[in-house]
Design a binder for this molecule. Sequence first.
Ligand SMILES: [Zn+2]
Ligand SMILES: [Zn+2]
Length: 279
Amino acid sequence: MTCLSFILRILMFVVLWLAVLLGFGGCTNYGLRIKELAPDCYVVYGEGGNSGVLISDTAVLIVDTKMKQGAERLRRWVKRKAPHQRIYIVNTHIHRDHSSGNHLYDDAVIMAGSYGEKFWNALAAREDLPNRWIEDSVLLQWPNEEVVVYNVGQAHTYEDVLVYLRQRKVLFAGDVVLNGYHPFLDEHAGASVAGYQDVLQDMLQRFSIRWVVPGHGKAGSTELISTMQAYFRDMTEAAQNTESEMIARERYQSYSSLPINKAGFDQTISFIRKSETLR
Ligand SMILES: [Zn+2]
Ligand SMILES: [Zn+2]
């Protein structure tokens, strides 16, 4: 064998393997980043908000349905994993990055906090309208799991909903908890910093937690909740004096802002200042 044909053979081998790897990855996860947190319980990251998926023989629970291409990819992945199961969807809140895939699931039970139809249609898409409003809390009986769908009231929006898996100790927190992101404080949707603080404290007391899945960023431990509490404490102080503002700006400089809205350090500060003056 000549040196050239040897190199060509090696190259062909590498190209073939790359094609196999890419093809395999592409058709199994459709380009989605997925982590199995507990048996049959997954977090599907990004492309809109993070989603949770819990699969049993008879039913699938989807927490948040993403948006645009991400929503379509999530649907394809769920349908491949669970082609015949009944689908239950929970929207942690009304924002489109968490609810724009609802319409892709025919005959699904779609739950959300009790915003009501008029408010929903004003802020989100009519085609994604839920068919069950959760006013307080609901316990879904699941094979080997108790699923608590819990309306915590006003924090990130007027009607935030958490999903807690009691056996697996997994909490899907929606945008009440973020990891490494500034929150989007949307006054039209009912954002309230005081509400965030109450709900974050309540989460730590109410649930025994192994995994917290934030609305954006990586899943982690309860540390994500205490970090979020510290963020609001620091930002509230920063809104009151220039020195604290400089310290906080430095401390949170690695935080990202969500691309679909105006969230960021300055928005958090001005939101807090505005709500202090209104009080
Ligand atoms: Zn979000
Ligand atoms: Zn949101």
